[in-house]
Structure formats: structure tokens, C-alpha cells
Design a protein around this ligand. Structure first.
Ligand SMILES: Cc1cc2nc3c(=O)[nH]c(=O)nc-3n(C[C@H](O)[C@H](O)[C@H](O)COP(=O)(O)O)c2cc1C
Length: 355
């Protein structure tokens, strides 16, 4: 396997546990990194103080390289308050109909300020920073370079991959349409940037001079090998780690994932205001029309307490069950065992192909 990428980062396996904001607590990140992969803290929703705190917890659990993932967003957001009021009314009515004792409320801010999160990332100084939703500025690139932080930019098309290469990224993670969670798209309409990994990966490898990381639907060692054959320097897996005991995904979500069928996984805007891949559950079917018009992160902030209440009530049908198209292939097991199993399967698949 492409060992130069792994040795540059000081990791044993070119295997990245995706930053999954809200679901990647320090215990999961450290378990993956201690097992020789690259664990990643999804910090998109974290306040700067929480980023610093969780980074310290990861370091306390092992001195291995790890990544922090952020969403590149403006610091401030305007919201159409009339549209917000209408959406709140409809969301509250839906929760009442579903018998969930929770209502929307207006948050102090729609999202943490990106520039403050970025400063916290620089202070935490992980080995790797993974960015999605946009490209960082030349000044931010220099800040990371000064601290020797390796930069991975997320792209959903070749044009976005080029934009990251031009911005000085060390590597680009191409997110195929199969991928779970939010789409990283920033240059195109969401529906234009739904390229399958088998097309996007070789196109990006041909277009770029820097390492390309594959993400989307990779669930086992054969998938890791397939990505390598198509030119990937490493594989980034999200959904595969959601059923690890160290992962903080809601129990109902973890319970549902092994039973998810491919046709039940769809693109959803109604939880956050931004396209994301997950299970077409009761909430998605009953999604209020007014909510669908609100942008990210406004809708995301409004539905956050509803999703927390749904999780607490064990109502997987009402929470954002993000996952990739191959979710049915999850294998619930501790993260270190999963990393070892993925690499065992990878080596076995490689031997079988060669012989
Ligand atoms: C629950 C969940 C949350 C995610 N959150 C983030 C995130 O915060 N930052 C990010 O760069 N990617 C995020 N992703 C996308 C992953 O980086 C990756 O593209 C995706 O998981 C790959 O597809 P797979 O889930 O089929 O493995 C998330 C994915 C999932 C499933």
C-alpha cells in the first residue's frame, strides 16, 4: 500500500477514521490512532474551548498523530426571521404529533465562529487538519504550515479538488456520492456534485500532483484495496466506525445501521439545510415544507434540540441517521479491532488478487 503517505504522517496504516462532527469523541479518535490509523475529531459544531479540551483528552489517551476536522464557513449568518418562525411552528407541530416532548428554541448563535475554531485548531496543533464545505485562505494556509499541520481538503468534484490543490493543500480527500454525512460541495449545486467514487477518484488522481484520499462507501479491506488500485493514497471511512462502542452516535442509530438497505439511504436537506446522506426515516418523510427552505446552519441549529430529544427517547426514526450507501455492511466492534480487521482483509484481498 502507499506507504509514503502513511510515513509522512507517522502512522502505520493509510486509513483515516473520518471526522464525524457530533459522533467522534476523544475515545474513538485515540483508539483509531493508537491502532495505527489516523483518528479524527469532527469539530464542526464544537466551540473553541471544547476543541482545545477534547484535543487535550486525545493526547492524554496516547501520543499518536490525529486529525481535527472543521467546516469552512463564514463567521456570521443572516437569517430570514419570518421563515424561521414559520419553520419552528411546523417543526414543533411535527414533534407534538410524534409525541416527543420537545420544542425548537432560538440559539444564541447559529454556529460557532469559524475563525475562532480555526484559532483553537492552531493552538491544539494536531498532526492533520481536515476541512470541508470550502477552501481556507492563503493566510490560514500559512498559519497551518508554520505549525507543521498537514492539510487535507475535501472535494466532491475535480474542480473542487483543483481548488484545494491551488490553495496549497497537502492532500485532497475526494468524497464520492456514496458517502455518509454532509456533502462537502462548495463550487457547485449539490445535485451537480454527486459523482460516484469509481469515477471521481481516478479523475482526481489524473488531475492532481498531490495525494488523493478516497471516501464514500468503503466498509471493508477489499474496499480499501479497490481505492488503492484506483490511485488512492489512503482511504477515509466514516460509516464503518459509527457502530464502534467508542462512537457517540445515538444507540437507536447504531441499532438501525446494520439493517439499513441501500435504497433507504438518500440525500436529505431537512435536518440541517445542507445536503447530507442518511436514512430516509419518519422525520425525512414528514419533513415540514417551511423547514426545507432554511439554509445551513440555521436549520441545523433549530433541529439540534429535536434530534437530541429523539436520541434520548430512542426514536431513531426522528433523528438524523447519517450514513453512506453501504451502511448495511457495518460490523459493530471496538475501533482497534476494526482497524486490525480492515488491514487483515486488505492484505488477504491483495494476496488473493495477486495469486
Ligand atoms: C455521521 C457522519 C458525520 C460526518 N461529519 C463530517 C465532518 O464533520 N467533517 C467532514 O469532513 N466529513 C464528515 N463526514 C463525511 C466523511 O468525512 C466521509 O466523507 C464519509 O463518511 C465517507 O463515506 P462513508 O460514510 O460511506 O464511509 C461525516 C460522515 C458521517 C457518516
Amino acid at each position: 500500500m502507499n506507504s509514503s503517505f502513511a510515513s509522512r504522517l507517522g502512522i502505520e496504516h493509510p486509513l483515516i477514521q473520518a471526522p464525524m462532527s457530533g459522533s467522534t469523541p476523544p475515545a474513538l479518535v485515540a483508539a483509531v490512532s493508537n491502532a495505527g490509523g489516523l483518528g479524527s475529531l469532527g469539530a464542526g459544531y464544537l466551540e473553541p474551548s471544547a476543541i482545545i479540551e477534547q484535543a487535550a483528552q486525545i493526547r492524554a489517551l496516547g501520543e499518536r498523530p490525529y486529525a481535527i476536522g472543521l467546516f469552512v464557513l463564514p463567521d456570521e449568518f443572516d437569517a430570514d426571521m419570518a421563515a424561521v418562525a414559520k419553520a419552528r411552528e411546523q417543526l414543533d407541530a411535527l414533534m407534538a404529533r410524534e409525541g416527543l416532548d420537545v420544542r425548537t428554541s432560538l440559539p444564541a448563535r447559529w454556529a460557532p465562529r469559524f475563525s475562532d475554531q480555526f484559532a483553537a485548531l492552531c493552538e491544539a496543533r494536531p498532526a492533520v487538519a481536515i476541512f470541508a464545505f470550502g477552501v481556507i485562505s492563503p493566510m490560514q494556509r500559512r498559519e497551518l504550515q508554520r505549525r507543521d499541520i498537514y492539510v487535507i481538503g475535501t472535494a466532491t468534484t475535480v474542480a473542487e479538488a483543483r481548488a484545494w490543490a491551488d490553495a496549497g493543500a497537502d492532500a485532497v480527500c475526494v468524497q464520492g456520492a456514496e458517502a455518509g454525512g454532509h456533502r462537502g460541495t462548495f463550487l457547485h449545486k449539490e445535485e451537480e456534485a454527486m459523482i460516484g467514487l469509481f469515477a471521481l477518484l481516478p479523475l482526481a488522481v489524473r488531475a492532481l500532483q498531490i495525494p488523493v484520499i478516497a471516501a464514500g462507501g468503503i466498509m471493508d479491506g477489499s474496499g480499501v484495496l479497490a481505492a488503492e488500485v484506483l490511485g488512492a493514497a489512503a482511504s477515509q471511512l466514516g460509516t464503518a466506525f459509527l457502530t464502534c462502542p467508542e462512537c457517540s452516535a445515538a444507540e437507536a442509530w447504531k441499532r438501525d445501521l446494520p439493517h439499513v438497505e441501500d435504497h433507504q439511504v438518500t440525500t436529505i436537506r431537512g435536518f440541517s439545510g445542507r445536503a447530507a446522506r442518511g436514512v430516509r426515516n419518519r422525520f425525512v418523510e414528514a419533513m415540514p415544507e417551511a423547514a426545507q427552505g432554511l439554509p445551513y446552519p440555521v436549520l441545523n441549529a433549530l433541529t439540534a434540540p429535536l434530534r437530541r430529544a429523539a436520541a434520548a427517547a430512542g426514536r431513531g426514526d426522528l433523528l438524523s441517521e447519517w450514513c453512506g450507501q453501504a451502511a448495511g455492511l457495518v460490523r459493530p466492534q471496538p475501533a482497534a479491532e476494526l482497524v486490525a480487521r480492515l488491514m487483515y482483509e486488505y492484505r488477504l484481498a491483495r494476496r488473493t488478487l495477486v495469486s
